[in-house]
Design a protein around this ligand. Structure first.
Ligand code: AMP
Length: 415
């Protein structure tokens, strides 16, 4: 199988490792890729959000499968353009990707499918914002209606902050606050059959103890020792299958990766958000534990044959990833700094570039992730932090408490 992978962040590096490790893959091309991906794939230039350019590249490299990593190309219709060339593509149509691209659309689908989620209002002016904030009370949850790379959400007790965010965004979704630990569940689907991956937890806030602003994600671990045993089955029954059925009913079936972001509240799992692609950095830990060949699984989803795919196999043990972020991330990351100690197994490149002389430099907010597995969560955590300790990047910062509460048995479901 010849595979074209679109994207160039940490998620795509993790996907590249999985795809390159599948014996059925005879050639892996990544566009634009990054210096970490370059070790396992041929890199090509492309603008990932340009549907015609990506489709032309897929034809040129004679791809049997195109895997689209990030959300922006999906929302831009890249999967549609590739599919129109008769090439199998892992990633939903632009219509179905609205599940991530518009919070209002996602809420509408969830309401129609009776999916448990936070009550919400879409607001377009200050008066409507005021009414919604009054109704739900603090903590206030205000979400930009469009794509915002995980950073368009403000959760705050400060009403003035909530009102200011709403005014800056224009159209917002204001919703009820959900309390409880968060879970990311990835589901591979061909629109009808659906296969859950291991649930993972990520860390959205920039600082230890979940302090500071939201980020794209500062670390993750899997599996979740504290998760209720029936969690995945319940979410498949109450969330995933009703959502997929509603999208089929609307004539826009969702094929690709359905990312279900959940809060485990006292009254059960509630959807916080849907995404239309693998989450970053949870992908790094989930794929580190997946034993089933990745390209075969994604190809089955891309060709409507997932129902005939054998059950997934998982490695024993646990995986942890710790993100090393640039100085100033998330507000204004500084780029161009030299990175040393990153050319080793377990280091995932998220935002890096390489000079002609081989020097590795930071090129994004989240720069590298130290990803490790181990026989248990404590061992995986120690190994991930050992990787991060050896990386040097001026001004960088990382959280020191990734997976700590889970290791110590301190994650509890309220109520
Ligand atoms: P989102 O982009 O919708 O995933 O939101 C980013 C983060 O904001 C989530 O991972 C949660 O930590 C938090 N968040 C979003 N919606 C809610 C909610 N209704 N209640 C509590 N926290 C939320």
């Amino acid at each position: 199988m010849r595979v074209l992978l679109v994207g160039g962040g940490g998620r795509e590096h993790a996907l590249a490792l999985g795809l390159a490790g599948d014996p059925a893959v005879e050639a892996l091309v990544a566009a634009p890729g990054n210096p970490g991906i370059a070790a396992v794939a041929e890199l090509r230039e492309v603008t990932p959000t340009d549907p015609a350019a990506v489709a032309a590249l897929a034809v040129e490299v004679a791809a049997d499968l195109v895997v689209i990593g990030p959300e922006a190309p999906l929302v831009a219709g890249v999967a549609d353009a590739v599919r129109a060339k008769g090439i199998a593509v892992f990633g939903p149509s632009a219509e179905a990707a609205r599940l991530e691209g518009s919070k209002t659309f996602a809420k509408d689908v969830m309401t129609a499918a009776a999916v448990p989620t936070a009550r919400a209002y879409t607001c377009e002016d200050a008066a409507a914002v005021g009414r919604a904030l009054d109704e739900f009370g603090a903590p206030y949850v205000v979400k930009d209606d469009g794509l915002a790379a995980g950073k368009g959400v403000v959760v705050t007790d400060d009403r003035a902050v909530a009102e200011r965010h709403a005014a800056e965004c224009g159209r917002v979704v204001i919703e009820e606050y959900l309390s409880g630990p968060e879970v990311s569940l990835f589901v591979v689907t061909d629109g009808e059959a659906a296969v859950p991956l291991l649930p993972a937890q990520d860390f959205k806030r920039v600082g230890d103890g979940d302090t500071g602003p939201n980020t794209g994600g500062m670390g993750a671990y899997a599996p979740l020792p504290w998760a209720p045993p029936n969690l995945v089955d319940d979410v498949m029954r109450d969330v995933v299958h009703p959502t997929l059925a509603e999208l089929r009913r609307r004539g826009t079936p969702f094929a690709g990766l359905l990312y279900v972001g959940l809060a485990i509240t006292p009254s059960g799992p509630r959807v916080i958000e849907f995404n239309a692609r693998f989450g970053d950095p949870e992908t790094q830990v989930v794929l580190a534990l997946l034993e089933t060949p990745l390209a075969g699984l994604l190809h089955a989803a891309a060709t409507g044959t997932l129902g005939a795919h054998p059950p997934l196999r998982w490695r024993d043990g646990a995986a942890v990833t710790v993100v090393v972020a640039a100085d100033g991330y998330p507000a204004g990351p500084r780029t161009g700094d030299v990175i040393t100690g990153a050319d080793r197994a377990g280091i995932i490149h998220a935002g890096t570039r390489r000079d002609a002389d081989g020097t590795l430099r930071s090129a994004g907010g989240r720069v590298i992730c130290g990803t490790a597995t181990g026989p248990d969560l404590a061992a995986a955590r120690d190994a991930a932090y050992a990787l991060v300790r050896d990386v040097e990047l001026a001004g960088s910062h990382h959280r020191t408490d990734i997976a700590a509460a889970a290791v110590d048995g301190r994650v509890t479901i309220p109520g």
